[in-house]
Design a protein around this ligand. Sequence first.
Ligand code: NIG
Ligand code: FE
Length: 382
Amino acid sequence: MGSQLISNIGQLITNSDEELGIITDAAIVIDGQQVLWVGSNKEAPAADSTIDANGGVVTPGFVDSHTHAVFAGDRSKDYVARMSGQKYATGGIKTTVAATRAATENDLISHTRELLRKCHSHGTTTVEIKSGYGLNVDAELKILKVAKTFTDETTFLGAHVIPAEYENDRAGYIELVKSEMLDAVVPYSKWIDVFCDNGAFSVDEAREILQSGIAKGLMGRIHGNQLGDTGGAELAIELNLASVDHATHVSNETIAALAESNVVTTFLPGAEFFTKSLYPKVNLFFELGAKVALATDCNPGSSYLTSMPIAMSLAIREMGFTPAQALYAATAGGAAALRRSDIGHLQPGARADLVIWQAPTFEHIAYRLGDIDKKILTTGKF
Ligand code: NIG
Ligand code: FE
């Protein structure tokens, strides 16, 4: 493909700074793989072809840095229970584990493809996918092989919960995760994650599991502080993990420590929405300068969400994000949570992953729940 000029852009969101690095009356030149040039529409260089943005908004594609998109089976009963006021607990994960173990690799590939098509249609151009609905060597391997066909951002979450057959042998399951299971999945995984929370794994267990993965060359991230203030965020700082995800229950002292650290805090408002739980407030995170991301947590049990614009709208409505903070967190924030510098922004050299929105300002993305005519340009595996 030759060079492509996108001209006549009302607002170009470059994310060159946390105020979104907006260029008005802008243009951008890409070559199908990379951004070559950004600037004023009047000064745009010639290119092999042109797309007229019609005065619309161009943003980086969304970086959805937290999904559990490979699964089988139905959990709509859990949703009905949550909506009628029954509290979320980790027990429901076992339903998805049984269905996912029974599914073939091909079944999982088709289902994941459909789900990711929806994510992409909402403007997502990079997605992270976790395992965690297999919980034995074969099924975890199957899930990660499927995930790897769609993204390089794959995460081993063998430590999601203790599976039923190990209910009376926690130590035995943790040993399996750290040894045979880890060895099997390492070729298909970039990250290791642990669900460190009530009803899942303790801080000491999580530390042990994360350290085994890190010793085998994986990078660490953690599900922490979703169901209680149980120490996952502090462990993320101790181990310099890329991200602590959920962070629904975090003390002010820990927010201050997160702001001093390299750890990104990834908020997942879909989880609070679908489990009818209280949303965390983000004011102090922003006041203290913490690095923040937004993601969907796409999974059948606690957040059946594929739309990053809806995640942004919830974050603005319920958590105290401004529209600009939400857009930055859903793009540059997600990239930071994946420790990537080539995505989440549109400066020269970045990947040419972008969305052209037929809207007058970026605020319309959340304002209209993303329901806007758009064109999505992607370099990835979608
Ligand atoms: O991110 N928190 C842990 N795991 C998933 C959901 C698990 C489920 O209920 O299927 C989450 O919310
Ligand atoms: Fe999750």
